[in-house]
Design a protein. Structure first.
Lengths: 145, 265
C-alpha cells in the first residue's frame, strides 16, 4: 500500500521534470530502494508500471534496485548491517506497527529516518547511531526524451 | 534525488497536499514549557467546534505531546491515500509520537527536515480549512522546515508566559518570523493567571504593555492556568463553560475573523 504512495510521488516528480525541461516523454526511471525502508522492490516496480499511463509515460522503462543498509555507532564506532538488528526490529510490538489493510508495518517503512528510535548498536547498546546507506529511496536515473 | 533530499520528490507530494489546505497556523514560542501544545490543541478543538475542517500537525520530533491532549496513541492506519491521521474531538491529528509512542527519538538535525516533509506528504489530510502546526522549542531544523513547507499559506501565533525570561526568548522567534516575512497574528499569554475562590492570582507576574512592545505585536488572549488539565484532560474541559475553554474559543474567533474580534486581556 505504501509502495503505491511512493510510486505516485516518483511519477509526479518525473512528470514535473519532463515538463520543466520541455521533454516529450520519460524514457526510463531507475529507483533505488534502501533496505531499511522495508519497501518491497517488486511491489514498487508493479506500482510504478501501473501508473505509467498517458503520452509522456507510455513505454517508460522501470528499473528498481536495492541498496544494503549499513549503520555506524557514534559511541563505539562499530558498523553493522540490517541482519544484526533484525531480531530487535522483529520485537517491535504490534501497538507501534502501522496497520495496513493486510499487514502491520514498522514505522520505518514510512519514515526510515526514525531508525534510531528502533535500532541500537549491537555491540554497546547506544542509540547514537548513523545510517551510512540503504536508509532512503532514491531516483538514480531519470531519462527524458 | 532521494527521499532524504530537502527538495526531493516528497516535496512535490507535500505541495500537492498543501493545495488542499486553506490556511496554516504555526503555533510557536522558541521556548519550552510555555504551553504551545496546549494552545495548538485547544485552538484546533475550538475551530472544530465552530464547524471548521481542522487538523493538528505536531512536528516536535523529540518531545511530541499533542496526541496526549487528544487521548490518542499508536498505532496509526494507512490506506491507498497515505497514512491516515488519528482523530478526536473533530480534529485530525498527526505526530511523530503516533509512530514512536513513548520511545526516545534521538534523531540528528540533518534527518529532521526530510522526516517532517515526508510525514506531511504521506499523511492523508484531506481538504482542510485550517492546519495548526505545533512547533517545538528553538528556532532550528523543525521551525525552518515548517517555514519552507508552509510559507505561502502560514501565519504565526506566538505563545508565552508573563515572565520576562520567556518573553525575551519568544522575541527571538518573532524576529525570525519577520525576517522570513511570516505574518505574526499576535501573542497568546498562557498561564496568565489562575482563579482561586473567586480571586485572580498572578503566579508568574502580570503581562503588561512592555510584553507587547518586546514582541512587537498585540496580545490576542490571556489563558488561565487550570490544574484540572492534568487530571481531566483538555477534551473533557473544552466543552464546559470554563475560563480555559472561553479563552481558547476567543483565540479561535480571532483566527477566524481578526478584524472584527477584539483581542482580549
Amino acid at each position: 500500500m505504501h509502495e503505491l504512495s511512493i510510486a505516485r510521488n516518483v511519477v509526479e516528480y518525473a512528470l514535473s521534470e519532463a515538463a520543466s525541461s520541455g521533454s516529450k516523454r520519460v524514457e526510463e526511471v531507475q529507483v533505488e530502494v534502501g533496505e531499511l525502508t522495508q519497501v518491497e522492490p517488486d511491489v514498487l516496480s508493479r506500482s510504478l508500471s501501473m501508473l505509467m499511463t498517458g503520452p509522456k509515460l507510455q513505454g517508460c522503462r522501470v528499473v528498481v534496485t536495492t541498496a544494503r543498509a549499513t549503520f555506524e555507532c557514534r559511541s563505539c564506532s562499530s558498523r553493522w548491517g540490517l541482519a544484526e538488528v533484525r531480531r530487535e526490529l522483529d520485537e517491535v510490538p504490534d501497538e507501534l506497527r502501522v496497520q495496513e489493510p493486510e499487514s502491520r508495518e514498522l514505522p520505518l517503512h514510512f519514515l526510515p529516518q526514525l531508525y534510531s528510535a528502533f535500532i541500537h548498536c549491537p555491540r554497546c547498546g547506544s542509540a547514537d547511531i548513523s545510517a551510512l546507506g540503504g536508509e532512503d529511496i532514491r531516483i538514480r536515473r531519470l531519462a527524458l526524451e | 534525488m532521494s527521499t532524504s533530499d530537502a527538495d526531493g520528490f516528497y516535496s512535490m507530494g507535500a505541495r500537492a497536499r498543501l493545495r488542499r489546505i486553506r490556511q496554516v497556523i504555526l503555533v510557536g514560542s522558541g521556548k519550552g514549557g510555555v504551553g504551545k501544545s496546549l494552545v495548538a490543541a485547544g485552538l484546533a478543538l475550538s475551530l472544530a467546534n465552530r464547524r471548521r475542517r481542522v487538523a493538528v500537525f505536531d512536528i516536535d520530533v523529540h518531545g511530541a505531546s499533542v496526541p496526549s491532549y487528544f487521548g490518542l496513541s499508536p498505532p496509526l492506519r494507512s490506506s491507498s491515500k497515505g497514512i491516515e491521521p488519528d482523530a478526536a474531538g473533530g480534529v485530525s491529528v498527526m505526530s511523530v509520537g503516533l509512530l514512536t509512542g513513548t520511545r526516545p527519538v534521538p534523531v540528528r538535525g540533518g534527518l529532521k527536515e526530510g522526516m517532517i516533509t515526508e510525514l506531511f506528504a504521506l499523511t492523508n489530510w484531506g481538504r482542510l480549512d485550517y492546519l495548526v502546526v505545533d512547533l517545538p522549542p528553538s528556532t532550528g531544523d523543525e521551525m525552518l522546515t515548517a517555514l519552507r513547507l508552509f510559507r505561502a499559506k502560514s501565519s504565526l501565533v506566538l505563545v508565552t508566559t508573563p515572565s520576562e525570561g520567556a518573553v525575551s526568548v519568544v522575541a527571538r522567534l518573532a524576529a525570525l518570523a519577520r525576517s522570513e516575512r511570516i505574518p505574526v497574528e499576535g501573542v497568546v499569554v498562557n498561564m496568565a493567571y489562575m482563579v482561586r475562590k473567586g480571586q485572580k492570582l498572578f503566579p508568574f507576574g502580570r503581562a503588561g504593555p512592555s510584553l507587547q512592545r518586546s514582541l512587537g505585536t498585540q496580545v490576542i488572549v490571556e489563558i488561565p492556568l487550570d490544574p484540572r488539565i492534568s487530571s481531566q484532560g483538555l477534551l473533557s474541559l473544552m466543552p464546559r463553560r470554563s475560563p480555559l475553554g472561553s479563552a481558547l474559543g476567543a483565540l479561535a474567533d480571532y483566527v477566524l475573523n481578526p478584524e472584527s474580534a477584539d483581542s482580549q486581556r
